[in-house]
Design a protein around this ligand. Structure first.
Ligand code: NDP
Length: 430
């Protein structure tokens, strides 16, 4: 899934310390449960939004449960394949600055071409052009949601099988447990590449993220078709999420120092997250608002916009402070010389600015934005609140895994750091 801002310690660090492999997510059976359970969760929740106006429901029979599974169509398969093909062509063909990734265990670095912003602009231009010329209906995402979801799911399973095979064959001995269920889920190699094509960066950053934004815009068009006007909540949700993704591309290079790129193998968990979870569940608020075209009082709109802006400032500010520490160590933090804790590993830990308030203030900012994206949907149903609920779980888990990794990397220095910066994510709360 998308770690949308990293720390950017290009050039100064020693080889990235990779965590020792151990079973995660409850071992092989936990991995199997998630491999099957997560796709079913998407099918069920999207059915709530598409068929029940956002209400949760209990299918009455086995046949009704089975009916939740979406079916692929040739049209959707062609659309999905065309979409992936376009994004591959844009990643490979568009010009962009080539930057070196973080040092790998053997000290080498991989080169990445950063052309995401241009690819995003071209994609938006092509999509708007195709709609304006009448080649594609504006509400395509809503109309084709189920068959597209089916194609994306089938592709995610098949592709993860390929990644597993590729990892066993070409991997550099990255941490694997040797248990197929677990390694299929968490991945069998860190940076699978075919020629110069980097599978992980592509999936993390391109088709899913862009389909999320196009999905939102298409759902806004569906609301316009249905109700004859666009509601303020729909405008807020589309604007917030468009800005979030655009901001990712503006700071694209920062992804190279995120947890996903540095530490996470590329398997079903990330491939499914990138290709199915992001483009088909991050649109839930907009999907909900197609049917619910309510309005907000001006003070509600202003409050939500303020919360999103505050969240953005915390999120981007925290990520930027850490990025600067790694790339321009003397840069001021909140107008003062940064306070750092020197470590035996050689990479200092920031203990002032946002990083003096909590060990992952960047997560806090992201969570504030997540709440701001669901508030416009109000409180009648829980499904449009899916994103902040799941995201809280994700970030709490992620912080725990990062904490364990950092304890391994930094040893006693990490304990000193934790004693100094006590809070994990939310100052005075958690
Ligand atoms: P971070 O960017 O917080 O990276 C964690 C790493 O930063 C640690 O492993 C450590 O690595 C370094 N670090 C930790 N503390 C300090 C410190 N005090 N000073 C300097 N370096 C420190 O984590 P993520 O990659 O998980 O998240 C990046 C962003 O992506 C976050 O804002 C998150 O909210 C967002 N995100 C969004 C998702 C989405 O779906 N929308 C999904 C996941 C993440 P080292 O010491 O080796 O540099």
């Amino acid at each position: 899934m998308i770690p949308v801002a990293g720390t950017g310690s290009l050039g100064r660090m020693g080889p990235a310390s990779r965590p020792v492999e151990r079973f995660a997510f409850g071992g092989p059976w936990g991995a199997l449960g998630l491999t099957l359970g997560l796709p079913l969760a998407v099918c069920y929740l999207s059915a709530c939004l598409l068929d029940q106006g956002g209400a949760l429901f209990l299918p009455a029979s086995g046949a009704e449960w089975l009916a939740l599974l979406p079916r692929p169509t040739w049209t959707a398969a062609a659309l999905f394949a065309g979409w992936l093909g376009l994004q591959v062509l844009l990643q490979l063909g568009l010009p962009g600055r080539v930057v070196q990734g973080q040092p790998l265990e053997d000290g080498s670095r991989l080169a990445y071409r950063m052309n995401g912003l241009l690819a995003f602009a071209v994609t938006l231009g092509l999509a708007l052009g195709a709609v304006a010329l009448g080649w594609l209906p504006a509400s395509l995402y809503r109309d084709q949601y189920r068959p597209l979801l089916a194609c994306a799911l089938l592709f995610a399973f098949a592709y993860s099988g390929y990644l597993y095979w590729h990892g066993l064959r070409h991997g550099r001995g990255e941490r694997r447990t040797g248990h197929p269920l677990h390694d299929f889920f968490l991945g069998a190699s860190l940076n699978p590449r075919t020629g110069g094509f980097d599978h992980k960066l592509f999936c993390e950053a391109r088709p899913g993220l862009m389909l999320w934004v196009l999905g939102d815009l298409s759902l806004a068009a569906a609301q316009l078709e249905r109700h004859g006007e666009l509601s303020t909540p729909m405008l807020l949700v589309c604007a917030f999420q468009l800005l979030y993704v655009a901001d990712y591309y503006l700071h694209e290079e920062a992804i190279l120092t995120t947890w996903d790129i540095k530490h996470e193998n590329f398997g079903f968990m990330l491939a499914f997250g990138d290709l199915v979870w992001v483009p088909f569940t991050y649109t839930f608020q907009a999907l909900y608002l197609v049917e619910h075209a309510h309005e907000l009082p001006w003070w509600g709109t202003a409050g939500i916009a303020l919360l999103n802006a505050a969240g953005y400032l915390v999120f981007r500010g925290a990520n930027r402070q850490k990025h600067r520490l790694r790339t321009r160590p003397g840069a001021l933090v909140w107008g003062k010389k940064p306070e750092v804790l020197e470590t035996a590993r050689g990479t200092p830990l920031l203990v002032s600015g946002f990083w003096g308030l909590a060990r992952h203030a960047n997560y806090l900012g992201d969570l504030m934005m997540a709440v701001a994206w669901s508030l416009p949907c109000l409180f009648a149903h829980v499904t449009p609140w899916f994103y902040p609920i799941y995201f809280t779980l994700l970030l709490v888990l992620r912080e725990r895994r990062d904490h364990a990794t950092c304890r391994e990397k930094y040893g006693a220095d990490w304990e000193r750091y934790c004693a100094r910066v006590r809070w994990r994510i939310v100052p005075f709360v958690y």
